[in-house]
Ligand binder design. Structure first.
Ligand code: FAD
Length: 332
């Protein structure tokens, strides 16, 4: 394999019903930084149906080029046709780096593409950088249960591929003066490529706010004592215009939904305000919330590790503090 033939940073842009998912825009932000360091171009790959009106947006968020594959048969994500489209593009155009969101779709798609184009894949990265001398991509992810961070390189194969957790990278400011190129590509999808039949699409409840999108998170830990106390946290979250999230301990106890779990095996969040109520601050939890803008920790143990990442620490009973906060905010 002649590694020098491979040029450019690609970001796979996830869309649902023609709506761009946030993770793709976040990866364009990171992709822009990597492309600039490498002196290469940044290309957004957009696959689906009724997506043509989204191409300009990808340029405004940092792409130099957009490659669109538009086909009615690509309307809903399916493993085989999407794998065929992206791996065909990679074989033909030979990018140096390919970034994909570590979402349900990305985790399904990326390993298949990597196998098809015979390269490696670093899954579930939390940081991506460029090694100064070699220009290899440094792909970092938690390993051994989150106890160490492993930095992985792919020295002998191209493209250098990774999936990256949603919420970890930051999208650029939208700049409508940015200019770029759009290329439409057609790849034939045969009946043999469609090996599943979609019977029904079940959508998430409409009024459920994704914790990754919330500006304020009031987060529950086992220290709040019992499921009923979640109601108080919800009241505080409502008062502040936020939502409730929690540690794995409270998810395992059935106090909150798995979708609301923060941490290594949950979601990575970056709200303006994160209020940790009765959360110890295990490394697997901190991995998912330490990038929050402002962290308030309430714990009755002054030595709890959560205080190490907190901007404000309150050593007290979490339920009492939550009740006082609700009263205070309501009286303002
Ligand atoms: P605990 O560790 O039980 O802590 C409770 C805290 O509440 C203590 O600090 C205590 O001092 C305090 N407390 C008690 N009473 C009160 C009170 N009245 N008022 C105030 N404070 C009080 N965890 C996650 O959260 N997310 C993950 O994604 C995740 N992934 C994991 C992946 C792996 C592979 C492994 C091995 C573990 C993972 N964990 C994860 C679990 C993690 O290691 C911890 O066990 C978990 O985060 C603990 O949750 P907790 O802080 O709510 O509970």
């Amino acid at each position: 394999m002649n590694l020098l033939e491979y040029k450019g940073v690609w970001v796979f842009i996830e869309q649902r019903d023609g709506n761009l998912q946030k993770v793709g825009l976040e990866l364009l932000g990171k992709g822009r930084e990597i492309a600039d360091k490498l002196g290469e171009e940044l290309t957004a790959i957009l696959v689906g149906h009724n997506i043509n009106d989204k191409k300009e947006e990808l340029i405004y968020y940092g792409a130099d080029n957009v490659i669109i594959v538009e086909d009615e048969k690509l309307n809903i994500y399916m493993t085989e046709p999407y794998t065929k489209v992206v791996s065909t593009l990679i074989k033909e155009k030979k990018p140096n780096v390919v970034l994909i969101g570590a979402t349900a779709i990305g985790r399904d798609l990326a390993p298949r593409i990597a196998a098809r184009v015979k390269t490696g894949l670093t899954a579930d990265c939390t940081s991506i950088d460029v090694e100064d001398e070699s220009n290899n991509i440094l792909m970092t992810r938690p390993a051994f249960g989150g106890n160490i961070m492993a930095t992985i390189i792919c020295p002998d194969h191209r493209p250098q591929m990774s999936t990256v957790r949603p919420g970890v990278m930051q999208k650029l400011e939208k700049d409508e003066s940015r200019k770029g190129n759009v290329e439409e590509f057609s790849i034939e999808i045969n009946d043999e490529d469609i090996n599943v039949e979609i019977l029904e699409v079940v959508r998430e409840e409409k009024n459920k706010i994704n914790i990754e999108d919330a500006n304020v998170l009031v987060s529950a830990g086992r220290g709040i004592g019992k499921k009923e106390n979640i109601d108080k946290l919800r009241e505080l979250a409502d008062t502040l215009g936020g939502v409730v999230s929690g540690s794995r301990a409270v998810v395992d106890a059935g106090w909150i939904d798995k979708n609301s779990q923060v941490g290594q095996t949950g979601k990575t969040v970056r709200p303006n305000l994160y209020i940790a109520c009765g959360i110890s601050g295990a490394i697997q939890h901190i991995a998912g919330m330490e990038e929050s803008d402002f962290i308030v920790a309430i714990n009755n143990n002054p030595n709890a590790p959560i205080f190490e990442v907190a901007d404000v620490g309150i050593v007290a009973d979490a339920n009492q503090v939550v009740s006082s906060l609700i009263d205070n905010f309501k009286n303002q």
